[in-house]
Design a protein around this ligand. Sequence first.
Ligand code: 5GP
Ligand code: ZN
Length: 114
Amino acid sequence: MSDCLFCKILDGEIPADIVFESDTAIAFRDINPQASTHVLIIPRKHIATLNDIEADDEGIVGSLYSAARVIAAAEGIADEGYRAVMNCNAAAGQTVFHIHLHLLGGRALSWPPG
Ligand code: 5GP
Ligand code: ZN
């Protein structure tokens, strides 16, 4: 998608601090971090929202969680704990319409989220 911010990061048109890459996903640090670790994990395939995930995408979406596991270990937060969440549409605060897992850790996270 030519007008998608995260597709532009995938294409290298917009710089990002990339911490993980695989055949199906990449991950980079959030520009406005909400915790000492705040990484966004995105599929290489443009999917606008969680509502748009199709049955054929299950492997891709699973790979986002595999990436979260690897990155959490690399960041040293796997044992203490972290959160991996995806916002869907306006009420949940989604602002970039290319699905992404927020990987947050390095501090105590309250529940439920606001
Ligand atoms: P959402 O609100 O859609 O769940 O999350 C979008 C996230 O993308 C936000 O946490 C925001 O800080 C981050 N973000 C927005 N623009 C950029 C950017 O240009 N680069 C990076 N690395 N993160 C961005
Ligand atoms: Zn996109």
